[in-house]
Ligand binder design. Structure first.
Ligand code: GRF
Length: 205
């Protein structure tokens, strides 16, 4: 069973989609720990309502690495071997990223490499793209950059606002993240350079 740690900063809807997929038996994994760097993040309450070990580790007043070392300690204590960023709104230190090589996933609301960074849906609308979407990728030391696990697309409508586009992309995120996790938790992915290769299930025995 894969032991997952989820890092959040806000409402936690992707975290809930992951939990629902685990509870329905689609992902052979357990969420061992939820950490929010924002003490009053609504997602923390949702995690506790689901009976999870959910803690606030406020980053304020600490260097990035000092904060990340605290998070790493909390995750290691719970035996976490795969970290999911689910609306975690801070950059991670090289220390943290190197502690979980190819074992940190993130979801971003654009078709990377287009529109990394903040307000990706607004960037897509302003650019005038006709197709938008979301990306689940492995985290490396550059922002929104690591190997892509999977992507889902959404058509952009002339009538779209940032909110309406974000809502349709979010619905796809809630499909994409559990699916990406299922691939990892069932050993169906191999990382080759910057490519994630989808493989069959590992041979028995
Ligand atoms: C999502 O749009 C995700 O792609 C981005 O932050 C948002 C988090 O939403 N990284 P939620 O907290 O999972 O509801």
């Amino acid at each position: 069973m894969t032991a997952i740690g989820v890092l959040i900063s806000g409402r936690g809807s992707n975290m809930l989609a992951i939990l629902d997929a685990i509870d329905s038996g689609r992902i052979p994994a357990r969420v061992e720990c939820v950490i929010s760097n924002v003490p009053d993040a609504p997602g923390l309450g949702h995690a506790r309502e689901r009976g999870l070990h959910a803690i606030a580790l406020d980053h304020r007043g600490l260097t990035r690495e000092a904060h990340d070392r605290r998070m790493h300690g909390a995750l290691a204590e719970r035996g976490v071997d795969l970290v999911c960023l689910a609306g975690y709104m801070r950059l991670l230190s090289p220390f943290f990223i190197r502690s979980f090589p190819n074992r940190i996933l993130n979801i971003h609301p654009s078709l990377l490499p287009a529109f990394p960074g903040l307000a990706a849906q607004r960037q897509a609308l302003d650019y005038g793209v006709k197709v938008a979407g979301c990306t689940v990728h492995i985290v490396d030391e550059e922002l929104d950059h690591g190997p892509i696990v999977l992507q889902r697309t959404v058509e952009v409508r002339d009538s779209d606002t940032e909110a309406s586009l974000a809502e349709r992309i979010l619905a796809e995120e809630h499909i994409a993240y559990p699916e990406a996790l299922r691939l990892f938790a069932t050993g169906r992915v191999r990382v080759a350079g910057r490519k994630v290769v989808h493989t069959g299930p590992p041979a028995a025995g």
